[in-house]
Design a protein around this ligand. Structure first.
Ligand SMILES: Cc1cc2nc3c(=O)[nH]c(=O)nc-3n(C[C@H](O)[C@H](O)[C@H](O)COP(=O)(O)O)c2cc1C
Length: 159
């Protein structure tokens, strides 16, 4: 199984979770960077407003060819109960994703809200099959039991 884990992370939680998933399945990690210049004072509110509006933002890399992978895993922090504009843009930017199996996870502070539903909607809108969706609290990312549970939902047919 050739698995690609595509994630966005601002403060490292989602990156750490993605690294645990990659270790479990020998997956390829692709971090997506948000190129928006958020203001230090207003940035929190702007991030929330953009996420609430289900916006997409400018990202690096600008497009991702995933045609060589059997399965994709998407990861995002929760912002205002939704996935981030950067992961939304990443899903939108995929090349060669149609028909592939995909799963998604988020890291959060206790209220993941609509994140799972939106991941499923955006994944299916790109012609992929959403076969798993989970979340992990930011305090549980180094908890081996919780991490194993997350991996078991995200990685199908691990062999
Ligand atoms: C702008 C912003 C909005 C957030 N909104 C939520 C939220 O609605 N629900 C929640 O549980 N956590 C929320 N959080 C907490 C993050 O989802 C959590 O800390 C996450 O693990 C951060 O991931 P990262 O370190 O990969 O960036 C928010 C954090 C930020 C910066």
């Amino acid at each position: 199984m050739n698995i690609c884990i595509i994630y966005h992370s601002e403060t490292g939680n989602t990156r750490h979770a993605a690294q645990h998933i990659a270790s479990a399945c020998d997956g390829k990690l692709v971090e997506v960077t948000d190129k928006t210049g958020y203001n230090r004072l207003t940035g929190f509110l702007v991030r929330c407003k953009m996420a609430m509006g289900e916006e997409k933002t400018l990202i690096e890399p600008g497009s991702l060819d995933v045609s060589g992978y059997d399965q994709l895993v998407f990861g995002s922090p929760v912002w205002a109960f939704k996935p981030t504009p950067a992961i939304h843009a990443a899903i939108d930017s995929l090349v060669g994703c149609e028909g592939k199996k995909a799963t998604a996870f988020c890291t959060h502070g206790g209220k993941p809200g609509q994140t799972a539903e939106l991941f499923q909607k955006w994944i299916e809108a790109r012609g992929m099959k959403c076969v798993g969706n989970t979340n992990i609290h930011q305090n549980d990312i180094e908890n081996e039991k919780k991490t194993k549970e997350m991996v078991s939902v995200l990685i199908k047919d691990l062999s």
